[in-house]
Ligand binder design. Structure first.
Ligand SMILES: Nc1ncnc2c1ncn2[C@@H]1O[C@@H]2COP(=O)(O)O[C@H]2[C@H]1O
Length: 395
């Protein structure tokens, strides 16, 4: 409590006014969003009940953290408007008193807003045009539109975008062909484009800065996208992509990529990436592998006392604790072997040894938000890390 009051005692009048105005419009938006969801649901009353709103007396606008359906089903909601996140954004981005004063009123002026945005879109040319930017449109045959759409719908980065965003993207892709042996992306270059491969085969070659050795990690085949990392993280190209055959690609400019794809996908991803970056066991992973891992993670919630993993069962999932605490219990004697909390992981032993059953029962000690990886994704993403994980784990 003491901590809270000291944080808020330093808020100036200007800052308070700023927050009030922002929260006011956020509430307004939340309410509109809520009503539109309720209307869409077809059965208004059932919808209210499902949201844990009490029908009689006062309505309590409580959004439970609990996921309504079975385990691996509901991270789809991630792209939706999330008032809690928006709230945090507002609080974290309150301009300083000086900035508010210099803007002449309690809301920062356009100049200030543009300056803020620069932090997210770090290339200077990105900054001025965010609001007025209109994605380009290139003519395409229907068959081409279908191919691009299929590729976007099969790509983790774009599959959850709205139909409107998908259509904007489809229109904005421009055809570009390459000859066999052409270098499409050069390791270390600045990234300006995002690609979808329509026809042909490409080679992806990565470099180890320490050993100065290069290795071919995979071939990229039709319908796959590449070149996203440099645009997402403002880093140099992480690999060299070379055409193994004559190729046809679809190319998206970075401004369209940023305004359409990044705006929705990267926000959630960055929060998690930051989280994964702090987990020791993943420290040897490349950024690419971490991003792949993130794409395979699903969110699952457990109430206090829920059994997450049962001793003797076959292992299906690997878990990372994003929030909450769990207890690992040996069934005979009910001895608590250890307690795990934020950033810890469990459930990997049964995945590493295919015959191995769960060696302990893991029970939620509080409400838990877990990031869950299923067996197939675990092998695809962490296969080469299994020995490392096993060694690191002291039973
Ligand atoms: N280890 C890897 N395996 C497969 N693809 C990769 C790997 N590393 C990088 N890439 C892809 O190669 C692209 C090179 O440019 P980017 O870094 O922009 O984005 C990169 C990814 O799309």
């Amino acid at each position: 409590m003491e901590e809270d009051s000291s944080i808020f005692s330093s808020i100036s009048e200007n800052e308070t006014k700023y927050i009030q105005l922002k929260i006011g419009s956020l509430l307004n938006r939340s309410f509109t969003e809520f009503i539109s969801q309720a209307k869409k649901s077809g059965d208004y009353k059932k919808f209210l009940k499902a949201q844990d709103l009490q029908e009689e007396g006062e309505y309590h606008f409580i959004k439970t953290d609990k996921e309504p359906s079975s385990p691996m089903s509901k991270s789809e909601s991630e792209d939706q408007f999330d008032p809690a996140h928006e709230f945090i954004e507002i609080i974290c981005n309150v301009p300083s008193s000086e900035e508010l004063k210099s803007s002449g009123n309690s809301i920062p002026n356009q100049k200030y807003l543009k300056k803020k945005r620069k932090a997210v879109f770090s290339n200077p040319e990105d900054v001025f045009n965010q609001e007025s930017f209109v994605p380009p449109k290139y003519e395409k045959a229907e068959s081409e539109r279908v191919k691009i759409k299929n590729a976007l719908m099969n790509n983790m980065l774009t599959k959850k975008l709205s139909d409107e965003s998908i259509n904007t993207l489809i229109a904005a892709f421009q055809k570009k062909t390459f000859n066999k042996d052409d270098v499409i992306i050069q390791y270390g270059d600045d990234g300006k484009e995002y690609f979808v491969l329509e026809a042909g085969v490409l080679q992806c070659e990565v470099f180890d800065e320490e050993t100065k050795e290069s290795s071919v990690t995979r071939t990229i085949t039709e319908g796959n996208a590449f070149g996203e990392l440099a645009l997402l993280y403002q880093t140099p190209r992480s690999a060299t992509i070379t055409a193994l055959t004559d190729c046809t690609t679809w190319v998206l400019d970075q401004m369209t990529f940023k305004t359409v794809i990044m705006a929705s996908a990267v926000k959630e991803r960055n929060i998690r990436l930051n989280f994964i970056d702090n987990i020791k066991v993943f420290e040897k992973m490349s950024r690419y592998e971490k991003v792949k891992l993130l794409d395979g993670l699903q969110v699952q919630y457990f109430e206090s006392s829920d059994v997450i993993v049962k001793e003797g069962d076959a292992g299906e999932y690997f878990y990372i604790i994003e929030e909450g605490k769990v207890e690992c219990i040996k069934e005979d004697g009910k001895e608590i072997i250890r307690t795990l909390d934020q950033g810890d992981y469990f459930g990997e032993l049964a995945l590493i040894e295919s015959e191995q059953k769960r060696t302990l029962t893991v029970k939620a000690k509080s409400l838990c938000k877990l990031l869950v990886l299923n067996k197939d994704t675990f092998y695809r993403v962490l296969g080469s890390f299994s020995n490392y994980l096993k060694k690191d784990y002291k039973l």
